[in-house]
Design a protein around this ligand. Sequence first.
Ligand SMILES: Nc1nc2c(ncn2[C@@H]2O[C@H](COP(=O)(O)OP(=O)(O)OP(=O)(O)O)[C@@H](O)[C@H]2O)c(=O)[nH]1
Length: 385
Amino acid sequence: MDDTPPEQAPGMRQLRFADGLEHMFRRYHADAFLARMRWSLLVAAAVFLLFALLDAISLPEPVRTQVLALRLGLIMPTLALAGFATYLPRLRPWLQWTASAASLVCGLGVVGIIGVARAHAFPLPYEGIILVIFAVYFLTGLRFMPAMLCGWVTFVAYLGMEMLAGTPGHVLLYNAFFVGSANLIGTAGCYFLEYAVRQHFLSQRRLQEMAEKDFLTGLLNRRAFSARAASTWRQAQREKHAVGVAMMDVDYFKRYNDHYGHAAGDETLRQVAQVLGQHARRPLDIVARYGGEEFVGLWYDLSAQDMQALLERVRAGVAALDLPHAASDASPRVSISIGLAYLQPQPGEGIEDALRLADMALYQAKEQGRDRVVCKQPQGPGSTG
Ligand SMILES: Nc1nc2c(ncn2[C@@H]2O[C@H](COP(=O)(O)OP(=O)(O)OP(=O)(O)O)[C@@H](O)[C@H]2O)c(=O)[nH]1
């Protein structure tokens, strides 16, 4: 397990983790901020509608028509489209893009509104730009980079518009200072916000790992096995694929502890677990510590022969560790007995049924002298159990 404190994780300061982790973070962020994004679009729409009301009451013609055209004909439909996009699961990976586009349209739209007022010499306050900038940084749920891009592009567009409109230098300087400062505050605030979200993401991952992993061996624990195996089992039922479920037990481990000491026993369990882990590398393979010196594994969609061959390699791998076990009647080295249940999950059957069968196979392996693999298949046509 990675013990680095979240704030020292590589890429934390740059707000970019290594590729795989960054991908997971973005998915986590998209899920965590989905509701917030919807609400922020709703709040933005409500504010723009209120301003439209104010414009309708207070602006003279032709400013009113042009401003309302921008508010109701450009900004509101964009917000509606961005809101709609949040309900399309296919667009979920692109939500930062759609929300950025909507934010940019709002920012440039407000620049346009002020530009219309300037063109008709109507003294419309420029502070609407500051409102938009704060909303982009703190309300939308945009990550730091896109939020910063939207904020600063809006700033530059605003400056350009004021220059084109011939705004006097000293007024422009003050306005630019205010809008620029809003952007600086937003940039810093948004950085710290995303930093905190990343810290939270890493802490949550660590907690989940701690809840799922066995402390001694680093394999999954029994609870995590049950959850994952149940889901793989259902998948096998749906797709009508076979699974191999194996119970594995280190032979005469009580005697090993008594002979070599508990600490040596711990180290042996770690090494055995490593061998098991090396044989469960596909995404749906699961191996876990079931308890004490007992391990459990599930392998998805292998033929019965491949499954038995794999477990034979596991048994041989443990033997190849070449750890002396002077007190064992099965072998002079540490060895493992394996009971395999090989079956295609039937409707109404659960993973417990497979575990029970694997346990029976393990019992037989012990009866037959340990250090071996015994396979059982459910009774029925073609059964070898
Ligand atoms: N070192 C160490 N020993 C453990 C741990 N968990 C369980 N054990 C020991 O594992 C032993 C299991 O003993 P038994 O259940 O009798 O099994 P066994 O001696 O392997 O006998 P067979 O399974 O019949 O071969 C006990 O002595 C437990 O104390 C652990 O985390 N570390």
